[in-house]
Write a protein that binds this ligand. Structure first.
Ligand SMILES: Nc1ncnc2c1ncn2[C@@H]1O[C@H](COP(=O)(O)OP(=O)(O)OP(=O)(O)O)[C@@H](O)[C@H]1O
Ligand SMILES: [Mg+2]
Length: 677
C-alpha cells in the first residue's frame, strides 16, 4: 500500500499504470511463489541459485544456518568476522546478507553502515540485509537502521521455518521495492518527457485559476510576447489581452468556468506593441466534480491573420476597382447565375445589385438578349468579343451597349464563369445618327444653296421687271394689285433663299464690341409696322449702363429678327412682346448632345442676359425637344430653319440660349451674350 501511496504524487494516468504493473508483478512472482517457492531461490540474472552470506562468529549458528538455508534451496556462504564479511560481499556479491549484530572486531551495525555509505560498496548497497540480534540487545536503535535500509531484524533464537520465512519475505519485499523503484524511474522519465513537451511546445500552454490568474505558463509565452514568463505567473491573464478583446476573452472564460470548452480568437499585447493573434482553446479543470480553473492551449495565428488581412485588402481593392469602373460589369457562374453586378451596371441598367445577384440571367433579360449576351458560353471562345446590342433596362426602356464577353478562368485554367463588361453607347449611337443626319443636311444645304444661287438671279430679274412694270402703270390701274402680289411673293422667296444660305453656309462671326441697344434699334425699325398692324404691344426694359457685348452685329441682329418673327407668328390675335436685358455674372457649362451640362472650367464671366417674351400660343410639350432642330416647323409656310440658325449663332458666340414655354400662355427665350472673348 505504501508503494501505491507514493505513486500518487504522479499524474493519475501514470498512477494507474504503476498500480497495474505492481499488481501484475505480485501476481506473477509472489502469489505464484507461495505455491512453488522455486522462483525465489533462483537468481534470474546469473542463472544460479541465490546466494546467502551469513556473517557470524558463532560457529553453531553458522552450522544451523547452513543446514536450514541449503535445505531451503539457497546457496550458502559464511564468514566469522565483519572485515572478511565485507570482502566476501565484494567478492561473491550475495543476494542477501545475514549479519550478526554482536561480533568481535567490527560489529554488524558497522558492517551494515559501511555497506550502505561507503563508496566502495555503492554498487552493492541495495543488497538486502537481515540483522540477527539476541533478545537482550534492547538498546539497538532499530529505527535508524531501518531508515538506512535494513530489511529486517531476526531475534535469536529462531526456528528454522522462521528464518526461511523471513528470508523469503525479505526477497519478496526487495523485489517489490526494486520493481517499485523501476516504475518510479519510468514514471519520472515519462514525466520529464511530458514536461519537456509542454515546456518546449510551439503552442502557448497555461493554466488559470478561477480568477483568471496564471498558475502555470510554458516557455512559449516569453518567445511570443517578449515578456519573461516569471513576470506573469500569478497575474491576470486578461491584463495580457489587448483591451479591445478583453470582453470577449472574459465572456469565454466565464463560460469555461461553467464547464464549456471554448474556442475563439483574440489579440495579446506584446512587448513590441505589435498585436499577437491567438487562436484560443480553453477547457475547464475539474477537481472532485467541480471546476477549479481552466487549461488553455493557444496558437499564434498572427501570420494567418496577416494573410487573411492581405486577402481581404486585395479583395476590397479588386472590389473597389470593379465597383468604380466606368464600365458595367456582370459576372456569371457556370449556371449563368449572376455573381456580381457593379455600380456602373446598376446605373446603366436600372437594376440594384441586391435585386439581381444570385438570379439567373434569363430572369433578368429577355431570352433573345441573353442568348446574344452570353453566346460565348456555348462556343468556348477564349478571347473577349466586342459587340453591340440593345439591352432592356429595368423600366423596359432600351439601352445600346457595346460589350465584351470573356471566360472567367480559375488557377487551374478551368472555366468557372463568364465576365460581361459593357458600356452605355446610346450617346455614341445617337451622335452617330446625328452625324448621319447632319451629313444629309449638309449635302442638302449644298444642294439648296446651289439651287438658291441659281434661283436668286432670275428672281431678281422678275422683281426688277415687275417693279418697272409697276412704275409704268397708271396709279389707278387695277392691275397694280397683281404686280404688288408678284413682288411680295418674290420677296418671300428671297427671304427663304437667304435663310437657306445662312443655314448651308454659316459665316464666321466677325466679333466686335457692340451696344445691345444699337442692335435692337435696327430690329425694332424692321418690326415697327407689323407690331402695330398685328395689335401687339411692345415693351422694352434695358438696364442702364449695360456693358458692351462682344458679338457679330449682323448675326445677333439675325437672332433677334428670328425670335421676334416667331413671337409675332405665335400671337395672331395680338398680345405683348417684351424685351428685357441686364448684366449677369455666371458660368456657362458646356452641354453635350443630350443637353446635359458638364463642368469644364469653373470660371465665372460677365454676360448680358436678354429675354424675349411673348404672350403667344406657347410650344407643345412634345415639341420642346426638337424646336432647335433644322427643318422642324409647325407652320404651313415655315422652313423650320429660324431657331436652328439662332442656336448655331449663339453657340458660335459661346453664349447660351434656353427657353421656357407654357401652351396658351406664352414663351420666353433667354440668351446669354458674352461681354468678352
Ligand atoms: N415664340 C414661339 N411661340 C410658339 N412656338 C414657337 C415659338 N418659337 C418657335 N416656336 C415653334 O418652334 C418651331 C420652329 O421654329 P423655327 O423658327 O425654327 O421655324 P419656323 O418658325 O416654323 O419656320 P421659319 O422660322 O423658318 O419660318 C415653330 O414652328 C413653332 O412651332
Ligand atoms: Mg421661325
Amino acid at each position: 500500500m505504501a508503494l501505491i501511496q507514493k505513486n500518487n504524487k504522479t499524474s493519475s494516468v501514470q498512477d494507474r499504470k504503476g498500480v497495474d504493473d505492481l499488481k501484475n508483478f505480485i501476481n506473477d512472482h509472489i502469489y505464484k511463489s507461495s505455491q512453488s517457492a522455486m522462483p525465489l531461490r533462483w537468481n534470474e540474472k546469473t542463472g544460479t541459485k541465490r546466494t546467502i552470506l551469513l556473517i557470524d562468529d558463532d560457529k553453531d549458528m553458522v552450522e544451523i544456518g547452513r543446514k536450514i538455508i541449503v535445505s531451503a534451496g539457497y546457496h550458502f556462504i559464511s564468514t566469522s568476522n565483519g572485515n572478511d564479511g565485507l570482502d566476501y560481499i565484494l567478492k561473491y556479491r550475495p543476494d542477501l546478507i545475514l549479519l550478526d549484530y554482536v561480533m568481535p572486531g567490527i560489529t554488524g551495525a558497522e558492517v551494515f553502515e559501511r555497506l550502505v555509505t561507503s563508496q566502495r560498496y555503492k554498487h552493492l548497497s541495495q543488497t538486502p540485509v537481515i540483522m540477527l540480534t539476541a533478545k537482550s540487545e534492547y538498546d539497538i536503535n532499530r529505527a535508524t537502521l531501518f531508515e538506512m535500509g535494513l530489511a529486517a531484524f531476526l531475534v535469536k533464537p529462531f526456528g528454522h521455518r522462521e528464518l526461511i520465512n523471513v528470508i523469503d519475505n525479505v526477497f519478496i519485499l526487495h523485489q517489490v521495492k526494486q520493481k517499485n523503484k523501476e516504475l518510479e524511474q519510468k514514471i519520472r522519465r515519462s514525466e520529464y518527457k511530458y514536461q519537456d513537451l509542454i515546456e518546449n511546445a510551439n503552442d502557448l500552454i497555461y493554466t488559470l485559476n478561477l480568477k483568471g490568474d496564471f498558475i502555470f505558463i510554458n516557455r512559449r509565452l516569453s518567445t511570443l510576447t517578449g515578456f519573461p514568463r516569471e513576470e506573469w505567473v500569478g497575474r491576470s491573464f486578461f491584463d495580457l489581452v489587448a483591451p479591445e478583446d478583453r470582453i470577449e476573452a472574459r465572456n469565454n472564460f466565464s463560460l469555461t468556468l461553467r464547464g464549456k470548452a471554448r474556442m475563439f480568437e483574440i489579440r495579446l499585447i506584446c512587448q513590441t506593441g505589435a498585436p499577437l493573434y491567438l487562436s484560443m482553446n480553453i477547457n475547464p479543470i475539474y477537481e472532485k466534480g467541480e471546476v477549479v480553473g481552466a487549461i488553455g492551449i493557444s496558437r499564434d495565428i498572427t501570420q494567418r491573420k496577416k494573410l487573411e488581412q492581405e486577402i481581404t485588402e486585395l479583395k476590397n481593392f479588386n472590389e473597389s476597382i470593379i465597383q468604380s469602373m466606368g464600365s458595367g460589369l456582370i459576372t456569371l457562374n457556370l449556371n449563368n447565375k449572376i455573381t456580381s453586378f457593379n455600380i456602373s451596371a446598376e446605373e446603366i441598367l436600372g437594376y440594384k445589385q441586391n435585386d439581381v445577384v444570385g438570379k439567373h440571367i434569363y430572369d433578368i433579360f429577355p431570352k433573345q438578349e441573353c442568348e446574344r449576351l452570353i453566346s460565348i458560353n456555348t462556343t468556348n471562345y477564349k478571347y473577349p468579343l466586342n459587340r453591340e446590342m440593345e439591352l432592356t433596362r429595368k423600366d423596359d426602356s432600351k439601352v445600346f451597349i457595346g460589350y465584351s464577353v470573356s471566360s472567367r478562368i480559375d488557377n487551374h485554367n478551368l472555366k468557372v464563369g463568364t465576365i460581361i463588361s459593357f458600356r452605355d453607347i446610346s450617346q455614341i449611337k445617337q451622335m452617330q445618327m446625328e452625324v448621319v443626319r447632319m451629313d444629309r443636311l449638309a449635302s442638302m444645304g449644298v444642294l439648296a444653296s446651289g439651287i438658291a444661287h441659281e434661283v436668286r438671279n432670275p428672281l431678281a430679274g422678275i422683281k426688277t421687271m415687275a417693279q418697272t412694270l409697276e412704275e409704268e402703270l397708271e396709279p389707278a390701274d387695277d392691275r397694280r394689285e397683281y404686280l404688288t402680289r408678284i413682288i411680295s411673293q418674290v420677296n418671300r422667296l428671297d427671304e427663304l433663299l437667304k435663310s437657306l444660305f445662312s443655314f448651308a453656309k454659316p459665316q464666321q462671326p466677325k466679333r466686335k464690341y457692340q451696344r445691345l441697344e444699337d442692335i435692337i434699334r435696327e430690329v425694332e425699325v424692321l418690326f415697327d409696322d407689323r407690331l402695330t398692324k398685328k395689335n401687339i404691344q411692345y415693351l422694352k426694359n434695358i438696364q442702364k449702363n449695360l456693358p458692351q457685348i462682344f458679338v457679330d452685329f449682323h448675326q445677333i441682329q439675325q437672332v433677334f429678327i428670328n425670335l421676334f418673327l416667331n413671337s409675332l407668328e405665335a400671337m395672331p390675335k395680338g398680345g405683348v412682346l417684351e424685351l428685357l436685358a441686364k448684366p449677369v455674372q455666371t458660368i456657362i457649362y458646356p452641354r453635350d448632345r443630350r443637353k446635359k451640362a458638364f463642368v469644364s472650367e469653373n470660371r465665372e464671366s460677365l454676360y448680358v442676359e436678354v429675354s424675349v417674351h411673348d404672350s403667344g400660343v406657347g410650344i407643345n410639350p412634345e415639341d420642346k425637344k426638337v424646336i432647335f432642330d433644322p427643318f422642324f416647323t409647325t407652320k404651313p409656310q415655315g422652313t423650320g430653319l429660324g431657331l436652328s440658325i439662332v442656336y448655331r449663332i449663339i453657340e458660335e458666340h459661346h453664349g447660351e440660349i434656353v427657353f421656357d414655354s407654357e401652351t396658351g400662355k406664352g414663351t420666353t427665350f433667354t440668351l446669354l451674350l458674352p461681354t468678352e472673348d
